[in-house]
Design a protein around this ligand. Structure first.
Ligand code: AMP
Ligand code: MG
Length: 284
């Protein structure tokens, strides 16, 4: 069943399938959604209320010690594609005590001395939580491949290690929502230029982003290989066109909603005698 302006379930519209080609996805399209920026804003607000309640139920279960499930949102993208906006405008709407956020930059010396999954494992969401990865273990098959930070054989090993890792966490109750925000190089240029034009955005600019930009085709190739090797039934990839920020936010919100609806968290039952407590409070 679909709702709001969605004509297709967002997961169905955005999940990559057999024969998927990243090059065929138009970053300026709005798959599965019938509507514009204006209706998108209304739908985002309505979806937000649902997300807020589902997340509160999930978190309540964790407090009551009965939560088994969690959600892990993995965000991957070229710079300026809007990861930060998703975190602020989609995830940022729910109660922060039920959210764990981890951003992964270039690994430290200590992290490099361990297997690439070591630093990621530590940040997996506990039952009852929504975890968000702003970049992830996938950098180890993206930037690592593009910049030759690891041997090809090691990159090959990592695809398999990632699938084993994700199978394990999915089996333990984590819904893994993997999203690549797909921006066009033209839109990225505009956004990076704006970061240079505006003093309040200089902090977001990193000269290395332009270096990555020059390697665009290599990155797209690495993403394509990543999709082919690590999109699984238990943790499929979704490619979300991201030239329209409003669409990307709406789409990721719906993917999160689908994951939470699948968990279907229930308000935990009281672990005390309600009538007795009512009487005691009355008399106090
Ligand atoms: P940002 O997300 O814009 O703060 O940038 C973080 C930077 O860290 C990006 O340039 C990533 O490519 C880089 N990074 C993240 N993970 C890794 C990794 N495992 N190996 C090398 N670079 C990484
Ligand atoms: Mg950046």
């Amino acid at each position: 069943m679909t709702k709001r302006g969605w004509i297709d379930n967002p997961s169905a519209a955005l999940k990559i399938g057999e024969g998927f080609r990243l090059a065929d996805v138009d970053p300026d399209s709005t798959p599965g959604y019938r509507g514009d920026k204006h209706s998108g804003a209304k739908d985002l607000a309505s979806g937000f209320e649902e997300l807020d309640e589902l997340q509160e139920r999930l978190f309540a279960d964790s407090r009551a010690g009965v939560a088994k499930d969690s959600v892990l949102l993995v965000l991957q993208a070229m710079d300026s594609a809007g990861k930060g906006g998703i975190i602020r405008h989609v995830v940022g709407g729910v109660d922060p005590q039920g959210v764990t956020l981890a951003a992964f930059g270039a690994p430290t010396a200590e992290e490099l001395s361990h297997d690439f999954l070591w630093r990621v494992e530590k940040h997996l969401p506990k039952p009852g939580f929504i975890g968000v990865f702003d970049r992830s273990h996938y950098e180890d098959v993206l930037v690592a491949k593009v910049r030759d930070l690891a041997e090809p054989a090691e990159i090959e090993r990592r695809y398999g290690a990632i699938n084993d890792f994700e199978a394990r966490i999915a089996a333990s109750g984590t819904r893994i929502v993997k999203v690549m925000l797909h921006i066009s190089p033209e839109a990225q240029k505009k956004r990076l230029m704006e970061r240079l034009d505006r003093p309040d955005k200089h902090w977001k600019f990193n000269p290395a982003d332009t270096d990555d930009r020059l390697l665009w085709p290599d990155y797209m190739e690495a993403y394509q290989a990543m999709f082919e090797r690590t999109s699984t039934d238990f943790a499929p990839w979704h490619v979300v066109p991201a030239d329209s920020k409003w669409y990307a936010r709406l789409a990721v919100q719906e993917l999160l909603l689908e994951a939470l609806e699948d968990i279907d968290p229930q308000w935990p039952a009281a672990n005390f005698d309600i009538e007795a407590e009512r009487a005691r409070l009355e008399a106090s």
